[in-house]
Structure formats: structure tokens, C-alpha cells
Design a protein around this ligand. Structure first.
Ligand code: GLA
Length: 387
């Protein structure tokens, strides 16, 4: 696909420009959902599905960006401050440019073209991959001396201030810090990570895409975050030294149950349990206990569905079927929720049988097909070639 994007760059702009080509991956998350904005642990990995961006400086103050997918061009003046756009994809680019300017970066005009093969709405963070691809492009075009962490944080700010989702740092961080064949245990309190080998022996990690993305996902996401903040405030009245939900104990939470609504209590209960599950999942992998990892994934799904209430019928259906299948040791919804993929640990060679066994009923119930996405763990956002 990178050749296609380079050709499109030449066709839209110039054959002779000294361009840079950037490859920026999406991500999966083994376990640790919605814990990132509660300063807890997450366990993501960058995957072999990418946004490809090709760009070069143009000696003006005008930024021109072509989306091949939407067949649209975004044009704006880098010297004027941009407001969020009503045209979704544009915010990821405008946002990153504006957030870099806030950091004091000196930018000028450039031309760029991008495309990608990360299925949208699948919960694989195509938006973080897009933000990072422009972050790394700007860093390299303008020699800004920003670190990977600076870029990930600017991408996250773009998401908050331009896309309107108050996300945590997991997606942007995993996309830029990913490493081949490794997953990352990211501590979202310190924003530091450790790399972990994920050996699954005769099992493989397979995503099954519900192919739905329910509308309320971004408003419900921001609402969950607010509910967590409400719970934290109630905890802090009694335990002022607690800085975030991921460091409170079950006992502390139980002791303030009467002080918050049942919904807020359930949200906090899920976070406390999910954060513990990430640490248990790391131990399970260290001791080669795939069954334990799988069991934690099923528990994670139950919490996401019943306490955090970010699942949906399609996801619940697939996880329920996975539970009944003797070759699947773990399954859960992945990402923000309300659609997208389940992540499954399935015995090698058994995926097709599972999919065939549920596909018909899924179509009958939901009027849609499911699809399988296989993934490899890869290196994070980087310059892949230049001319
Ligand atoms: C989205 C957000 C992340 C994270 C997940 C849920 O992907 O962008 O920051 O909160 O949802 O774990």
C-alpha cells in the first residue's frame, strides 16, 4: 500500500519532492480496558495494520493533506489557529498540528497523502495511528527534537481537543512504542512501559470483528470517565492521599459504597478489579498459564458488560459463544466498547470452525457478517522510506 500512497503523492503534488513515508500501526489490547485514564495498567501491542502517510515541505505556509480513503483534500494555513472541523478525519490532522504549535514547534507548510488498512470502527485505534503518523511526519520534516512520548501526548491532546474524546494514553502510546513480537505493559501513572513476550504455544490471538460501531460510543466514553472522577472524589473525602482509582483497595471502595450512586459504585468496582486483572495476566504469562490468562479475559468481559456497561449485544453474543467453545480459552470485547472486535485466545487451526459455527446465527440475529482479523505484533510509528 505504501507504493500506492507514494504514487498518489506524486500525482497530487510533485514527482520531484524529497518526501518522507511513515508507517503507523493500530493496536490491540490483551487486557486492561478503561484503566488508562484511571492511571492504571494496560497491556497493548502495536499490530500489522497501518496508516501510511507520505509528505514533504512545500515552502509555503499552507498545509494540504489528501485522504485517499475519503477522496478529499484538507487545506489550511499553518499561521492561523484552526477550530475543530465538522468533517471527522480532518480533526486528527488539524489537532496534531495545533497541539505541536502549542508546544512551541516552528512549523511551515507541507503536502501529504495518507491511506490505511486498519479497519475503521473496529476498536484498533486507526485514529491514534493517524495522529501519530502526522506527529512523526512533522517531527522529521521540521527537526523538532520531540520524544516519542511527547508525540504520543500531543496526539492524545488532539483527540481531546479536536476529536472530542477524552481518551487515555494507551492507543497513542502503543502505536508509537510498539515493538516486534512484544506487548507493552504500560503503567499509566508513570507513563513508562515494559516489554513482554507473549508466548501462547498452540494457541493464537484472533480478533473477531462484530462490524458494528454504535453511535453513542464517544459520549458514553466521556460519561464513564466522569463517573470514575466522581467515584474518586468520594474516595478522597475519606482517603485524601489516594490519587486515582487504580490505587484504591476493594475494602476502601466498599467503605464508601453508600456515598455514591449504585452506577458510580459499579464503575469504580470494575476499574479496581480490572487493574488487578492486568497484573494477574502478566503473572499468568510469566508462568505460562494460558488458561489463567483466558479466564481473566472472560472476567474482564463480564465486568465491562455488567458493571462498566460498555459492551453491546453483538459483543456479548460472540463472547458467550466463545465461552461455550472448548478450543477457546479466553475472549472479551476490546477497546472503548459499543462495537468493534472481540479478542480471543483460540487453539491454532480452530478459528474457522468457530466462525462457521456462529456466523449464520449472527447474521440472523444482527443482520450482519462477522469477520476475522489475524494480527502480528510490530514496531511502532516510524519513517519507512524517504526520497
Ligand atoms: C479507547 C481509548 C483508550 C482506552 C480504551 C479503553 O481506545 O482511546 O484510551 O481508554 O478506549 O480501554
Amino acid at each position: 500500500m505504501i507504493e500506492k500512497v507514494i504514487d498518489a503523492y506524486k500525482a497530487n503534488f510533485s514527482e520531484n519532492d524529497e518526501f518522507l513515508a511513515i508507517k503507523s500501526p493500530g493496536r490491540i489490547n490483551l487486557i486492561g480496558e478503561h484503566t488508562d485514564y484511571n492511571n492504571g495498567y494496560v497491556f497493548p501491542a502495536a499490530i500489522d495494520k497501518y496508516i501510511y502517510t507520505v509528505g514533504a515541505k512545500n515552502k509555503t505556509n499552507i498545509i494540504n493533506v489528501v485522504s485517499l480513503k475519503y477522496n478529499q483534500i484538507l487545506t489550511f494555513d499553518v499561521t492561523t489557529t484552526q477550530k475543530p472541523s465538522s468533517n471527522g478525519w480532518e480533526n486528527y490532522i488539524i489537532g496534531v498540528v495545533e497541539e505541536f504549535k502549542k508546544l512551541g514547534c516552528k512549523l511551515s507548510g507541507f503536502n501529504a497523502v495518507f491511506d490505511g488498512d486498519i479497519p475503521r470502527g473496529a476498536g484498533l485505534s486507526s485514529s491514534a495511528a493517524l495522529e501519530n503518523s502526522f506527529g512523526v511526519l512533522l517531527e522529521n520534516l521540521f527537526d523538532l527534537s520531540l520524544s516519542k512520548k511527547d508525540i504520543a501526548l500531543a496526539s492524545q491532546q488532539a483527540e481531546h481537543n479536536y476529536a472530542g474524546v477524552n481518551c487515555g494514553l494507551m492507543d497513542q502510546y502503543a502505536s508509537i512504542f510498539g515493538e516486534k513480537e512484544k506487548a507493552l505493559v504500560l503503567n499509566c501513572d508513570t507513563n513508562e512501559h515494559q516489554l513482554v513476550n507473549v508466548y501462547t504455544h498452540n494457541y493464537e490471538i484472533v480478533l473477531i470483528n462484530t462490524n458494528v460501531k454504535h453511535e453513542l460510543s464517544s459520549s458514553a466514553y466521556n460519561e464513564r470517565r466522569e463517573q470514575c472522577e466522581t467515584a474518586l472524589k468520594a474516595i478522597q473525602k475519606k482517603y485524601p492521599q489516594r490519587r486515582h482509582l487504580s490505587e484504591i483497595t476493594l475494602e476502601e471502595l466498599t467503605s464508601i459504597e453508600e456515598k455514591v450512586t449504585p452506577v458510580v459504585y459499579q464503575r469504580a468496582l470494575y476499574i479496581v478489579n480490572e487493574n488487578r486483572r492486568v497484573l494477574q495476566a502478566i503473572e499468568a504469562l510469566e508462568s505460562d498459564d494460558i488458561l489463567q490468562l483466558g479466564s481473566l479475559m472472560f472476567q474482564s468481559h463480564q465486568g465491562l458488560s455488567e458493571s462498566y456497561e460498555v459492551s453491546c449485544d453483538e459483543l456479548d453474543f460472540l463472547v458467550e459463544k466463545a465461552k461455550q467453545n472448548p478450543f477457546i480459552v479466553g475472549s472479551r470485547m476490546m477497546g472503548g466498547g459499543f462495537g468493534g472486535c472481540t479478542i480471543n485466545i483460540i487453539e491454532k487451526g480452530q478459528t474457522n470452525d468457530f466462525v462457521n459455527s456462529v456466523a449464520e446465527e449472527y447474521i440472523q440475529k444482527f443482520g450482519l457478517k462477522i469477520s476475522v482479523i489475524t494480527v502480528k505484533f510490530v514496531n511502532g510509528t516510524h519513517v519507512t522510506c524517504s526520497k
